[in-house]
Structure formats: C-alpha cells, structure tokens
Design a protein around this ligand. Structure first.
Ligand code: FES
Length: 145
C-alpha cells in the first residue's frame, strides 16, 4: 500500500525536532483527523532556508510527507519553497494512497504557515503566499502542543 520511500521516511524521518529562535514557525491542524504539525524554518539574510525541522502529532503519512518536505525546502529560496506543494512532495515519495492525500497537505500548509510567520516577523510580503487557512498558532501555547 505504501511505497518504499514512504516507509523509509516514516521509519527514519529526517529533520525531526525544533529550531531555537527560528526565523519562522508554523503550526497547522488537519480538520479531517485532528492531527497537528509544526514546522520550524531557519532563513538567512539572503532569504535562503538553511535549516528546517518538524514535529508532528499525526499519522505515518503525515510523518513521511513532512520528512520529505523538509528535505525538499532545505537550501531553497523562500520563493522556491513555495513550489514545494503537497503534489511535489507526494511525487518525491512515489505517491500516497488516495485516502492519505489529505495528510500531505499538513506539510505544505505547515511550511506556508512558517513562511507567513517569517514574513510577519520581518515585515515583508512574500509574493504568492496567502495566509494559511489551517494555521492554529494563535491561541495554541507551547504547553498545549
Ligand atoms: Fe491525520 Fe494523516 S490521518 S494527517
């Protein structure tokens, strides 16, 4: 049912953890299943993503897609990171079963929420980035996570 790549990223997820003083942090929830994802981005002065970490309270597909998404955005510019859609992540993982497609949205939305947070902190606007709908950062304290 799952590709080898999905199983690999689920069993050995890359970039799990937190970044202290991250440039941007995004926390999103999946309305369908209640799972939660938090993405941390470290972005340098040239707008390049130097580090990316994630934490998830979610299913295996969410873990695998987040793991792959963090690998895909690493080293990319903010604009390039916007191209890392859930479709791109699924392709990189050789696909997901149809019932698990919604899980891949968490990673994309988490990255967008973290980029939104970064843009707000810097007081800049990122072309093509919209306020993430499932951003649950507001009202969610660190302890609640
Ligand atoms: Fe919730 Fe996959 S079932 S993210």
């Amino acid at each position: 049912m799952y590709s080898e790549k999905v199983m690999d990223h689920f069993q050995n997820p890359r970039n799990v953890g937190e970044i202290e003083n991250a440039s941007g942090v995004g926390t999103v929830g999946n309305a369908k299943c209640g799972d939660i994802m938090r993405i941390y981005l470290d972005i340098d002065d040239d707008g390049i993503i130097r580090d990316c970490k994630f934490k998830t309270f979610g299913c295996g597909a969410a873990v695998a897609t987040s793991s792959m998404a963090t690998e895909l955005v690493m080293g990319k510019s903010v604009q390039e990171a916007l191209q890392v859609t859930n479709k791109a992540v699924m392709e990189a993982l050789d696909g997901l079963p149809p019932v698990k497609v919604h899980c891949s949205l968490l990673a994309e939305e988490g990255i967008h929420a973290a980029l939104w947070d970064y843009a707000e902190k810097k007081g800049i606007k990122i072309e093509g980035l919209e306020k993430p709908k499932n951003d649950i950062s507001e009202g969610l304290e660190e302890e609640d996570y």
